[in-house]
Write a protein that binds this ligand. Structure first.
Ligand code: PMP
Length: 428
Protein backbone atom coordinates (compact mmCIF):
# COMPACT_ATOMS: atom_id res chain seq x y z
CA UNK A 1 0.00 0.00 0.00
CA UNK A 2 2.76 2.44 0.97
CA UNK A 3 4.70 1.66 -2.19
CA UNK A 4 1.61 2.47 -4.23
CA UNK A 5 1.12 5.70 -2.29
CA UNK A 6 4.74 6.67 -2.93
CA UNK A 7 4.10 6.37 -6.67
CA UNK A 8 0.93 8.41 -6.63
CA UNK A 9 -0.24 11.45 -4.73
CA UNK A 10 2.56 11.56 -2.19
CA UNK A 11 5.54 11.07 -4.42
CA UNK A 12 6.83 14.62 -4.13
CA UNK A 13 10.20 14.73 -2.46
CA UNK A 14 8.98 17.15 0.19
CA UNK A 15 6.35 14.76 1.52
CA UNK A 16 7.35 13.77 5.05
CA UNK A 17 7.81 10.06 5.53
CA UNK A 18 8.72 9.77 9.19
CA UNK A 19 5.74 7.65 10.14
CA UNK A 20 5.44 4.73 7.70
CA UNK A 21 1.79 3.86 8.23
CA UNK A 22 -1.33 4.37 6.13
CA UNK A 23 -4.35 5.27 8.25
CA UNK A 24 -7.77 3.87 7.44
CA UNK A 25 -10.03 4.78 10.36
CA UNK A 26 -10.06 7.02 13.38
CA UNK A 27 -12.07 6.97 16.59
CA UNK A 28 -11.48 9.30 19.52
CA UNK A 29 -7.82 9.10 20.53
CA UNK A 30 -7.18 6.07 18.29
CA UNK A 31 -6.52 5.30 14.64
CA UNK A 32 -6.39 2.00 12.80
CA UNK A 33 -4.01 1.49 9.89
CA UNK A 34 -4.75 -0.38 6.67
CA UNK A 35 -3.24 -3.56 8.15
CA UNK A 36 -5.57 -3.47 11.16
CA UNK A 37 -3.04 -2.17 13.72
CA UNK A 38 -4.47 0.22 16.29
CA UNK A 39 -2.48 3.23 17.53
CA UNK A 40 -3.00 5.91 20.14
CA UNK A 41 -2.85 9.09 18.09
CA UNK A 42 -1.05 11.81 20.03
CA UNK A 43 -0.37 13.79 16.89
CA UNK A 44 -4.12 14.28 16.40
CA UNK A 45 -3.74 16.03 13.07
CA UNK A 46 -1.02 18.29 14.52
CA UNK A 47 -3.41 19.51 17.19
CA UNK A 48 -6.39 19.82 14.88
CA UNK A 49 -8.55 17.04 16.33
CA UNK A 50 -9.19 18.66 19.69
CA UNK A 51 -12.16 16.38 20.39
CA UNK A 52 -10.53 13.33 18.82
CA UNK A 53 -11.24 11.57 15.56
CA UNK A 54 -14.82 11.53 14.28
CA UNK A 55 -16.41 12.94 17.41
CA UNK A 56 -19.99 11.66 16.87
CA UNK A 57 -21.70 14.94 17.72
CA UNK A 58 -19.39 16.94 15.46
CA UNK A 59 -19.92 14.42 12.65
CA UNK A 60 -23.68 14.69 13.15
CA UNK A 61 -23.52 18.49 13.04
CA UNK A 62 -21.57 18.33 9.77
CA UNK A 63 -23.86 15.74 8.20
CA UNK A 64 -26.92 17.79 9.08
CA UNK A 65 -25.29 20.93 7.71
CA UNK A 66 -24.25 19.08 4.54
CA UNK A 67 -27.90 18.48 3.75
CA UNK A 68 -28.63 22.20 4.06
CA UNK A 69 -25.67 24.21 2.72
CA UNK A 70 -22.00 23.28 2.33
CA UNK A 71 -20.38 26.43 0.95
CA UNK A 72 -21.55 30.00 0.62
CA UNK A 73 -18.53 32.17 -0.17
CA UNK A 74 -18.82 35.30 1.96
CA UNK A 75 -22.58 35.42 2.25
CA UNK A 76 -23.97 35.64 5.75
CA UNK A 77 -25.54 32.33 6.74
CA UNK A 78 -27.14 31.00 9.92
CA UNK A 79 -24.25 28.52 10.31
CA UNK A 80 -21.69 31.31 10.06
CA UNK A 81 -23.63 33.54 12.44
CA UNK A 82 -23.78 30.75 15.02
CA UNK A 83 -20.05 30.06 14.61
CA UNK A 84 -19.15 33.73 15.09
CA UNK A 85 -21.38 33.94 18.15
CA UNK A 86 -19.79 30.81 19.60
CA UNK A 87 -16.26 32.15 19.01
CA UNK A 88 -17.10 35.51 20.60
CA UNK A 89 -18.63 33.76 23.58
CA UNK A 90 -15.21 32.23 24.30
CA UNK A 91 -13.36 35.56 24.33
CA UNK A 92 -12.65 37.35 27.61
CA UNK A 93 -15.60 39.73 28.16
CA UNK A 94 -13.38 42.82 28.13
CA UNK A 95 -12.23 41.99 24.59
CA UNK A 96 -15.54 40.93 23.13
CA UNK A 97 -17.01 44.33 22.31
CA UNK A 98 -13.80 45.61 20.70
CA UNK A 99 -13.07 42.54 18.57
CA UNK A 100 -13.61 41.99 14.85
CA UNK A 101 -13.45 38.59 13.18
CA UNK A 102 -12.21 38.06 9.64
CA UNK A 103 -12.31 34.74 7.80
CA UNK A 104 -9.06 34.08 5.99
CA UNK A 105 -9.22 30.99 3.86
CA UNK A 106 -8.69 27.49 4.99
CA UNK A 107 -5.29 27.25 6.69
CA UNK A 108 -3.32 28.74 9.55
CA UNK A 109 -0.75 30.18 7.16
CA UNK A 110 -3.53 32.03 5.30
CA UNK A 111 -4.55 33.68 8.55
CA UNK A 112 -0.95 34.55 9.48
CA UNK A 113 -0.55 36.19 6.06
CA UNK A 114 -3.78 38.10 6.60
CA UNK A 115 -2.66 39.30 10.03
CA UNK A 116 0.62 40.61 8.63
CA UNK A 117 -1.12 42.29 5.71
CA UNK A 118 -3.72 43.88 7.98
CA UNK A 119 -1.06 45.36 10.28
CA UNK A 120 0.87 46.67 7.29
CA UNK A 121 -2.29 48.29 5.94
CA UNK A 122 -3.23 49.76 9.30
CA UNK A 123 0.18 51.20 10.19
CA UNK A 124 1.51 52.03 6.75
CA UNK A 125 4.76 50.44 7.90
CA UNK A 126 6.43 47.41 6.36
CA UNK A 127 8.80 45.68 8.78
CA UNK A 128 7.85 42.74 10.99
CA UNK A 129 9.52 41.55 14.17
CA UNK A 130 9.36 37.86 14.87
CA UNK A 131 11.18 35.48 17.20
CA UNK A 132 13.94 32.96 16.85
CA UNK A 133 12.63 29.41 16.87
CA UNK A 134 9.01 30.33 16.02
CA UNK A 135 6.90 28.70 13.32
CA UNK A 136 4.06 30.40 11.47
CA UNK A 137 3.38 28.36 8.32
CA UNK A 138 4.62 27.41 4.88
CA UNK A 139 3.11 30.12 2.68
CA UNK A 140 5.47 32.83 1.54
CA UNK A 141 4.81 35.49 4.19
CA UNK A 142 4.21 32.99 7.01
CA UNK A 143 7.45 31.25 6.12
CA UNK A 144 9.26 34.58 5.98
CA UNK A 145 8.36 35.29 9.62
CA UNK A 146 9.23 31.73 10.67
CA UNK A 147 12.41 31.69 12.72
CA UNK A 148 12.74 27.92 12.90
CA UNK A 149 15.31 27.60 10.16
CA UNK A 150 15.13 23.81 9.89
CA UNK A 151 11.43 24.11 8.98
CA UNK A 152 11.69 26.67 6.22
CA UNK A 153 12.73 26.48 2.64
CA UNK A 154 15.01 29.40 1.86
CA UNK A 155 13.93 31.16 -1.31
CA UNK A 156 15.51 33.91 -3.38
CA UNK A 157 14.26 37.43 -2.59
CA UNK A 158 12.37 36.27 0.49
CA UNK A 159 10.12 38.82 2.17
CA UNK A 160 12.32 41.78 3.16
CA UNK A 161 12.07 43.61 6.45
CA UNK A 162 11.68 40.65 8.81
CA UNK A 163 13.80 40.82 11.97
CA UNK A 164 14.23 37.96 14.44
CA UNK A 165 14.83 38.68 18.10
CA UNK A 166 15.58 36.18 20.89
CA UNK A 167 12.63 34.35 22.44
CA UNK A 168 12.83 33.85 26.17
CA UNK A 169 13.55 30.15 26.18
CA UNK A 170 16.01 30.01 28.96
CA UNK A 171 17.26 26.49 28.30
CA UNK A 172 19.03 27.67 25.18
CA UNK A 173 19.93 31.25 26.04
CA UNK A 174 22.18 32.43 23.19
CA UNK A 175 24.29 34.36 25.71
CA UNK A 176 24.51 31.44 28.12
CA UNK A 177 22.91 33.47 30.89
CA UNK A 178 21.55 31.88 34.02
CA UNK A 179 17.88 30.89 33.65
CA UNK A 180 16.79 33.27 36.42
CA UNK A 181 18.33 36.31 34.71
CA UNK A 182 17.79 35.29 31.11
CA UNK A 183 14.09 36.09 31.08
CA UNK A 184 14.66 39.63 32.29
CA UNK A 185 17.56 40.15 29.90
CA UNK A 186 15.57 38.91 26.95
CA UNK A 187 12.76 41.34 27.73
CA UNK A 188 15.23 44.20 28.20
CA UNK A 189 16.92 43.37 24.90
CA UNK A 190 13.53 43.42 23.17
CA UNK A 191 12.56 46.76 24.72
CA UNK A 192 15.86 48.36 23.79
CA UNK A 193 15.67 47.07 20.23
CA UNK A 194 12.28 48.71 19.82
CA UNK A 195 12.96 51.90 21.74
CA UNK A 196 16.45 52.82 20.57
CA UNK A 197 16.11 55.24 17.64
CA UNK A 198 19.76 54.62 16.73
CA UNK A 199 19.52 50.84 17.01
CA UNK A 200 18.94 50.41 13.31
CA UNK A 201 15.62 48.63 13.68
CA UNK A 202 12.84 50.43 11.79
CA UNK A 203 9.57 50.83 13.67
CA UNK A 204 7.72 47.69 12.60
CA UNK A 205 4.18 47.15 11.34
CA UNK A 206 3.77 44.35 13.88
CA UNK A 207 5.39 41.94 16.28
CA UNK A 208 4.29 38.34 15.79
CA UNK A 209 4.79 35.66 18.41
CA UNK A 210 3.65 32.27 19.66
CA UNK A 211 3.15 32.07 23.41
CA UNK A 212 4.22 28.44 23.36
CA UNK A 213 6.39 27.68 20.36
CA UNK A 214 4.90 24.44 19.10
CA UNK A 215 6.85 23.30 16.05
CA UNK A 216 9.81 25.01 17.68
CA UNK A 217 9.87 22.25 20.30
CA UNK A 218 7.12 23.16 22.80
CA UNK A 219 8.78 26.17 24.36
CA UNK A 220 6.49 28.19 26.64
CA UNK A 221 7.49 31.86 26.69
CA UNK A 222 8.38 33.19 30.13
CA UNK A 223 5.57 35.26 31.68
CA UNK A 224 7.62 38.38 32.41
CA UNK A 225 8.93 38.38 28.85
CA UNK A 226 5.41 38.20 27.41
CA UNK A 227 4.11 40.95 29.71
CA UNK A 228 6.96 43.28 28.78
CA UNK A 229 6.64 42.56 25.05
CA UNK A 230 2.97 43.47 25.36
CA UNK A 231 3.69 46.58 27.39
CA UNK A 232 6.33 48.06 25.11
CA UNK A 233 4.42 47.28 21.89
CA UNK A 234 1.36 48.97 23.38
CA UNK A 235 3.43 51.97 24.47
CA UNK A 236 4.93 52.39 20.98
CA UNK A 237 1.65 51.65 19.20
CA UNK A 238 2.98 48.55 17.46
CA UNK A 239 0.30 45.86 16.92
CA UNK A 240 1.06 42.57 18.66
CA UNK A 241 -0.05 39.51 16.68
CA UNK A 242 -0.33 36.38 18.80
CA UNK A 243 -0.30 33.24 16.67
CA UNK A 244 -2.67 30.85 18.46
CA UNK A 245 -2.96 28.44 15.55
CA UNK A 246 -1.57 25.66 17.73
CA UNK A 247 -2.11 26.97 21.26
CA UNK A 248 -5.70 28.10 20.65
CA UNK A 249 -9.09 26.48 21.21
CA UNK A 250 -8.25 25.04 24.61
CA UNK A 251 -4.85 23.43 24.02
CA UNK A 252 -3.16 25.16 26.97
CA UNK A 253 -6.09 24.94 29.41
CA UNK A 254 -7.70 28.28 28.61
CA UNK A 255 -9.49 28.92 25.31
CA UNK A 256 -6.55 31.04 24.19
CA UNK A 257 -3.06 30.95 25.68
CA UNK A 258 -2.95 34.75 25.98
CA UNK A 259 -5.50 34.45 28.80
CA UNK A 260 -2.99 32.42 30.83
CA UNK A 261 -0.42 35.15 30.34
CA UNK A 262 -2.85 37.89 31.33
CA UNK A 263 -2.35 39.94 28.17
CA UNK A 264 -4.64 41.12 25.38
CA UNK A 265 -3.11 40.94 21.89
CA UNK A 266 -4.15 43.27 19.06
CA UNK A 267 -4.52 40.39 16.61
CA UNK A 268 -5.14 36.72 17.38
CA UNK A 269 -4.59 34.11 14.68
CA UNK A 270 -6.61 30.89 15.04
CA UNK A 271 -7.17 27.87 12.84
CA UNK A 272 -6.26 24.21 13.48
CA UNK A 273 -8.79 23.16 16.17
CA UNK A 274 -11.50 25.72 15.41
CA UNK A 275 -13.83 23.09 13.95
CA UNK A 276 -12.63 20.41 16.41
CA UNK A 277 -12.75 17.74 13.74
CA UNK A 278 -10.40 18.87 10.98
CA UNK A 279 -12.79 20.69 8.70
CA UNK A 280 -10.63 23.63 7.64
CA UNK A 281 -11.28 27.18 8.79
CA UNK A 282 -8.97 30.04 9.78
CA UNK A 283 -9.66 33.44 11.28
CA UNK A 284 -8.04 36.53 12.63
CA UNK A 285 -9.63 38.26 15.60
CA UNK A 286 -8.48 41.84 15.97
CA UNK A 287 -9.04 45.04 17.80
CA UNK A 288 -11.53 47.39 16.15
CA UNK A 289 -8.94 50.13 15.68
CA UNK A 290 -7.27 47.84 13.10
CA UNK A 291 -10.51 47.48 11.16
CA UNK A 292 -9.11 49.36 8.17
CA UNK A 293 -9.79 47.11 5.19
CA UNK A 294 -12.51 48.24 2.86
CA UNK A 295 -15.08 45.64 1.78
CA UNK A 296 -13.45 43.16 -0.60
CA UNK A 297 -9.91 44.18 0.38
CA UNK A 298 -9.03 40.69 1.52
CA UNK A 299 -10.93 37.83 -0.09
CA UNK A 300 -10.62 34.06 -0.46
CA UNK A 301 -12.85 31.49 -2.13
CA UNK A 302 -12.80 28.97 0.69
CA UNK A 303 -13.80 31.24 3.53
CA UNK A 304 -17.35 29.98 3.62
CA UNK A 305 -16.91 26.41 4.80
CA UNK A 306 -20.30 25.81 6.37
CA UNK A 307 -19.35 22.31 7.54
CA UNK A 308 -16.52 23.78 9.60
CA UNK A 309 -18.87 26.41 10.99
CA UNK A 310 -21.42 23.79 12.05
CA UNK A 311 -18.76 21.58 13.65
CA UNK A 312 -17.03 24.55 15.29
CA UNK A 313 -20.23 25.79 16.92
CA UNK A 314 -20.91 22.29 18.21
CA UNK A 315 -17.30 21.98 19.41
CA UNK A 316 -17.69 25.10 21.58
CA UNK A 317 -20.90 23.69 23.06
CA UNK A 318 -19.15 20.39 23.88
CA UNK A 319 -16.08 22.11 25.33
CA UNK A 320 -18.40 23.89 27.77
CA UNK A 321 -20.73 20.98 28.47
CA UNK A 322 -17.94 18.43 29.04
CA UNK A 323 -15.61 20.83 30.86
CA UNK A 324 -12.89 20.08 28.32
CA UNK A 325 -10.70 22.91 29.63
CA UNK A 326 -10.83 21.28 33.07
CA UNK A 327 -9.76 18.02 31.47
CA UNK A 328 -6.84 19.76 29.74
CA UNK A 329 -5.64 21.13 33.08
CA UNK A 330 -6.05 17.79 34.90
CA UNK A 331 -4.48 15.71 32.13
CA UNK A 332 -1.69 18.26 31.77
CA UNK A 333 -0.86 17.79 35.45
CA UNK A 334 -0.94 14.05 34.88
CA UNK A 335 1.60 14.34 32.03
CA UNK A 336 3.86 16.54 34.16
CA UNK A 337 3.64 14.04 36.98
CA UNK A 338 4.19 10.94 34.85
CA UNK A 339 7.04 12.39 32.80
CA UNK A 340 8.85 13.78 35.84
CA UNK A 341 10.83 10.50 36.01
CA UNK A 342 12.53 11.58 32.78
CA UNK A 343 14.19 14.60 34.43
CA UNK A 344 16.90 12.33 35.79
CA UNK A 345 17.56 10.65 32.45
CA UNK A 346 21.01 11.59 31.08
CA UNK A 347 19.68 12.03 27.53
CA UNK A 348 16.77 14.26 28.52
CA UNK A 349 17.43 18.00 28.62
CA UNK A 350 14.03 19.33 29.53
CA UNK A 351 10.45 18.19 29.81
CA UNK A 352 8.37 21.24 28.88
CA UNK A 353 4.75 21.96 28.33
CA UNK A 354 1.50 23.63 29.12
CA UNK A 355 -1.97 22.11 29.17
CA UNK A 356 -1.89 19.31 26.61
CA UNK A 357 1.12 20.29 24.56
CA UNK A 358 4.33 18.72 25.81
CA UNK A 359 7.86 18.24 24.56
CA UNK A 360 10.82 16.20 25.72
CA UNK A 361 14.09 17.79 24.66
CA UNK A 362 16.69 15.12 23.93
CA UNK A 363 20.45 15.70 24.20
CA UNK A 364 23.30 14.37 22.13
CA UNK A 365 24.61 11.10 23.61
CA UNK A 366 28.13 10.93 25.06
CA UNK A 367 29.08 8.55 22.21
CA UNK A 368 28.24 11.32 19.75
CA UNK A 369 24.83 10.07 18.62
CA UNK A 370 22.97 13.30 17.80
CA UNK A 371 19.75 14.10 19.63
CA UNK A 372 17.89 14.13 16.29
CA UNK A 373 18.80 10.46 15.73
CA UNK A 374 17.73 9.60 19.29
CA UNK A 375 14.42 11.42 18.81
CA UNK A 376 13.80 9.54 15.55
CA UNK A 377 14.51 6.29 17.39
CA UNK A 378 11.97 7.20 20.07
CA UNK A 379 9.38 8.02 17.44
CA UNK A 380 9.89 4.64 15.74
CA UNK A 381 10.00 2.76 19.03
CA UNK A 382 6.74 4.24 20.33
CA UNK A 383 5.10 3.64 16.95
CA UNK A 384 6.10 -0.01 17.19
CA UNK A 385 4.33 -0.09 20.56
CA UNK A 386 1.17 1.56 19.27
CA UNK A 387 1.71 5.29 19.87
CA UNK A 388 1.91 8.00 17.22
CA UNK A 389 4.07 10.98 18.24
CA UNK A 390 5.81 13.64 16.17
CA UNK A 391 9.06 15.51 16.58
CA UNK A 392 9.80 19.21 16.62
CA UNK A 393 12.32 21.78 17.74
CA UNK A 394 15.68 22.62 16.32
CA UNK A 395 16.73 19.75 14.06
CA UNK A 396 13.82 17.64 15.30
CA UNK A 397 15.33 16.95 18.68
CA UNK A 398 12.12 17.25 20.70
CA UNK A 399 9.54 14.46 21.06
CA UNK A 400 6.12 16.09 21.15
CA UNK A 401 2.74 15.13 22.57
CA UNK A 402 -0.43 16.74 21.21
CA UNK A 403 -3.26 14.48 22.39
CA UNK A 404 -6.93 15.20 21.80
CA UNK A 405 -8.17 17.50 24.58
CA UNK A 406 -10.78 14.98 25.70
CA UNK A 407 -8.22 12.20 26.16
CA UNK A 408 -8.95 9.98 29.15
CA UNK A 409 -6.60 9.46 32.09
CA UNK A 410 -6.25 5.77 31.14
CA UNK A 411 -5.20 6.39 27.54
CA UNK A 412 -2.81 9.09 28.67
CA UNK A 413 -1.25 6.71 31.20
CA UNK A 414 -0.76 4.04 28.57
CA UNK A 415 0.87 6.54 26.22
CA UNK A 416 3.19 7.74 29.02
CA UNK A 417 4.14 4.12 29.79
CA UNK A 418 5.09 3.55 26.13
CA UNK A 419 7.04 6.80 25.92
CA UNK A 420 8.91 6.36 29.19
CA UNK A 421 9.88 2.81 28.18
CA UNK A 422 11.11 4.01 24.78
CA UNK A 423 13.27 6.76 26.28
CA UNK A 424 14.43 4.42 29.03
CA UNK A 425 15.59 1.98 26.35
CA UNK A 426 17.85 4.49 24.58
CA UNK A 427 21.53 3.53 24.82
CA UNK A 428 23.44 5.76 27.23
N1 PMP B 1 1.17 28.87 13.16
C1 PMP B 1 1.47 27.92 14.04
C2 PMP B 1 1.80 28.29 15.44
C3 PMP B 1 1.44 26.56 13.64
O1 PMP B 1 1.76 25.61 14.53
C4 PMP B 1 1.11 26.25 12.31
C5 PMP B 1 1.03 24.82 11.83
N2 PMP B 1 1.78 23.90 12.50
C6 PMP B 1 0.80 27.30 11.43
C7 PMP B 1 0.83 28.59 11.89
C8 PMP B 1 0.43 27.04 9.99
O2 PMP B 1 -0.81 26.44 9.90
P1 PMP B 1 -1.21 25.65 8.57
O3 PMP B 1 -0.30 24.47 8.46
O4 PMP B 1 -2.65 25.29 8.76
O5 PMP B 1 -1.03 26.58 7.43
Amino acid sequence: YLARQARTESNARSYPRGLPIAIERGEGSFVRDVDGNVFIDFLAGAGVLSLGHNHPELVRAMVEQAGVLTHALDFPTPAKDAFVEAQFSMLPPAMRARTKIHFCGPTGANAVDAAIKLCKTATGRGDIISFQGGFHGASHAAMAVTGLVSQKQPVANGMPGVHFLPYSSCSRCPLGLRPDTCETNCATYFENALRDPNGGLPKPAAVIMELVQGEGGVVPARPEFVRRVRAVTAELDIPLIVDEVQTGCGRTGTWFAFERYGIAPDVVVASKALSGVGSPVAVILYDERLDVWSPGAHTGTFRGNQLAFAAGTEAVRIVRRDNILGNVVARGEQVADRLSVLHAHPLVGEVRGMGLMWGIQLLDAPDGTPASALAATVRTEVLNHGLILELGGRDDTVVRLLPPLNVTAEVLDTACDILIAAIGGLPH
